[in-house]
Design a protein around this ligand. Structure first.
Ligand SMILES: Cc1cc2nc3c(=O)[nH]c(=O)nc-3n(C[C@H](O)[C@H](O)[C@H](O)COP(=O)(O)OP(=O)(O)OC[C@H]3O[C@@H](n4cnc5c(N)ncnc54)[C@H](O)[C@@H]3O)c2cc1C
Length: 371
């Protein structure tokens, strides 16, 4: 028999979904919360840490915080100060750098002379393929910029990343990349673009540092689900795993990161360089451009797309019609749970940005705070 006083909440996962919900439940609703994570650190995929050379790196790929949601920014600002950043990326193909995402500067590079927004708009109108309702990632791009730019920047990058042709992927995959006819060369369009001044992990430490929150790391839900007493559960892990893959595994893409430290201040001219048509990796990220660390050395990270299998890291849900319907089966089953909330990107099988996850946890808290 277990005589421990039950926790009000057990939260599985110490990423943004779990940590924000834990903080709200502990601070505003005065609940006793146990947060567990099977990894030996907090922060989920947003975790960062210094490497052996003192370079602060994002452990699971670069995390560019951005949002249009003032509410999310104000909430997180209680736990961190910010370093404003304009995330800049370039694309390397045909032996040179190109401005990316496509903007007026890219257009001038392509035609080899100065131009204007009007000329770019007129030219794209001639290049684009008229498609009324683009249904996939190929159609969404060719309907905006035509085949030539699609093949130069999108086709092979997407194929490498997803191991699927863009025409077999939802329009949302390539559709989220902006195409502009002005000189705005920022990677992202959101009004607020900044990263935590002391890093993500420090932000998470402050989120979880609460007398009513207990954190247990290196602890898998399976190991404790029957031994730790709790009243309600918030689960931010993979929903198919929660149900022992009863309808079959949901498909994911994974990544392999290759780090290299160099005895020089910077390696490349931008934080991120995409390699759509060369090499097996998709991009090289030098996050030092964004963190602003002053160091005589730099660490670059090459990102290789990889298949996902047991024991690996599930990074990106694969957005196809088949995977959506498989997820729906799990979602249906989840609806019948009285005391379990499924939140975050793995439990809802969605590609969520960090601000969207924070927003959904803040909303979920409003629903759960009286339970
Ligand atoms: C490569 C990559 C780059 C990204 N870049 C950006 C970006 O630039 N900007 C942006 O806004 N977003 C970015 N994201 C998305 C961002 O990572 C997510 O929005 C965020 O991490 C989601 O938080 P979460 O808490 O839902 O999930 P996670 O951060 O994945 O946290 C879930 C946690 O649950 C734990 N867990 C799972 N199952 C169990 C179990 N059975 N027992 C115990 N613990 C368990 C996991 O170990 C994990 O730590 C990126 C994602 C990836 C993969």
């Amino acid at each position: 028999m277990n005589n421990q006083k039950p926790y009000d909440w057990l939260i599985v996962g110490a990423g943004f979904a779990g940590a924000v919900l834990a903080e709200r439940l502990a601070e505003e609703a005065h609940r006793r919360v146990l947060v567990i994570d099977r990894r030996n650190h907090i922060g989920g995929n947003s975790h960062d840490a210094e490497d052996n050379h003192g370079v602060l790196l994002h452990s699971y790929g670069p995390h560019y915080f951005r949002t249009n949601r003032q509410e999310v920014f104000d909430y997180l600002s209680r736990f961190t100060q910010w370093r404003p950043v304009e995330y800049k990326i370039l694309s390397w193909t045909d032996g040179r750098y190109w401005q990316f995402p496509i903007n007026l500067n890219t257009f001038e590079q392509i035609i080899g002379r100065p131009s204007s927004s009007e000329e770019m708009t007129e030219t794209l109108a001639k290049w684009r393929v008229p498609i009324d309702n683009p249904k996939n990632s190929e159609e969404i791009i060719v309907s905006q910029v035509g085949w030539k730019l699609y093949e130069k920047f999108f086709k092979n990058y997407t194929q490498k990343q997803w191991k699927r042709a863009p025409k077999d992927l939802d329009a949302s995959v390539c559709g989220r990349i902006p195409i502009r006819t002005n000189r705005d060369d920022r990677y992202l369009s959101e009004r607020i673009q900044a990263i935590p001044a002391e890093g993500y992990t420090r932000l998470f430490e402050r989120l979880l540092n609460h007398p009513r929150i207990t954190v247990r790391l290196g602890c898998d839900f399976k190991e404790i689900r029957d031994s730790v007493p709790y009243r309600r559960l918030a689960y931010t892990g993979m929903i198919d795993e929660y149900y022992d893959f009863c309808y079959g595994p949901l498909p994911y893409r994974s990544l392999r990161f290759e780090r290299e430290t160099l005895e020089q201040e910077f390696y490349q001219p931008a934080m991120q360089v995409n390699y759509p048509n060369d090499h097996d990796f998709t991009r090289i990220v030098e996050i030092k451009h964004a963190t602003g660390q002053q160091l005589p050395v730099t660490t670059i990270v090459r990102e290789y797309p990889a298949d996902y299998g047991p024991g690996g890291e599930a990074y990106y849900p694969i957005p196809t019609t088949a995977s959506h319907s498989l997820y729906e089966q799990y979602a249906q089953r989840a609806q019948s749970e009285a005391n379990v909330s499924f939140i975050g990107r793995l439990a809802t099988y969605r590609y969520y940005n960090m601000d969207e996850v924070v927003k959904s946890s803040l909303d979920e808290f409003q629903r759960l705070k009286t339970l």
